[in-house]
Every structure is written in structure tokens, then in C-alpha cells.
Design a protein. Structure first.
Ligand SMILES: [Mg+2]
Length: 130
């Protein structure tokens, strides 16, 4: 696989810019974006993606609902999902695990910490013995 295609999902335009700028800063330039979970589903179906970075709190469809849809979809079920959230309570972490996201990162974050999360996920999801 070449440079993975990232789908960046956040209802805040400012936050999307921050995430996209951070991704560009760490060398990723194959990027598409969506403004909520519902929009993300449509973008996934229309354009596909290799990696989803999603906000937790969004109107229409939350990040957790989006993650549940992805995990329940035969074609996209193994798509890496990194959740971005300001929430870090134990309950929320457990809910996130229930939705089978790969990892989460708390706002605000540095490009370097984003890179570390992405590298860890890509390493854990790459095919073994390939
Ligand atoms: Mg939000």
C-alpha cells in the first residue's frame, strides 16, 4: 500500500483544519474530510478510505455510531479508526472499546503524538507474514 488515504471526520471546520495540517506535517497528503458521521458514511461509500480519524461528539451521527457502523459493515469492518476526543473518563474509554475503535487521542494533541498513534495502529493492523 502507498500512502494511506485518511478520512478526517469532525463537525468543527477549525478542528478538521488542525487535524489535516497535522497529517500533512507528518507526511500524509492523501486526505478527504467529512463533517459528521452521516457524511463520513457517504464519503466512505463514494471514495473509500484506508484510515478513519473521527471526532467523538458530532451532530447527526457521533463518532461512536460511525465506528459501530464501520465494524458492522462487511466491506469496511477492519478499517483502522482513531477517535479524537476531549473526553477521557473511564466510562467513555470503555464505551470506545465497546465500539472497537483502534485507539483514541485527546485534544489538544501535537502532530508528533498523532504520528505515534497512527504508526502504532498501522503496525498493529498490517497483515502478518506479508
Ligand atoms: Mg465535535
Amino acid at each position: 500500500m502507498g500512502s494511506p488515504k485518511f478520512l478526517v471526520v469532525d463537525d468543527s471546520v477549525t478542528m478538521r483544519r488542525i487535524i489535516i495540517n497535522a497529517l500533512r506535517a507528518i507526511g500524509y497528503d492523501n486526505l478527504i474530510e467529512a463533517e459528521d458521521g452521516q457524511d463520513a458514511l457517504q464519503k466512505l461509500l463514494d471514495k473509500g478510505a484506508d484510515f478513519v480519524i473521527a471526532d467523538w461528539n458530532m451532530p447527526e451521527m457521533t463518532g461512536l455510531e460511525l465506528a459501530s457502523w464501520i465494524r458492522g459493515n462487511g466491506f469496511f469492518s477492519r478499517l483502522p479508526i482513531l477517535m479524537i476526543t476531549t473526553r477521557g473518563s473511564k466510562d467513555d474509554v470503555l464505551k470506545a472499546r465497546g465500539a472497537e475503535i483502534n485507539d483514541y487521542i485527546l485534544k489538544p494533541f501535537s502532530p508528533q503524538s498523532l504520528k505515534e498513534k497512527i504508526d502504532k495502529i498501522l503496525k498493529s493492523t498490517e497483515p502478518k507474514n506479508a
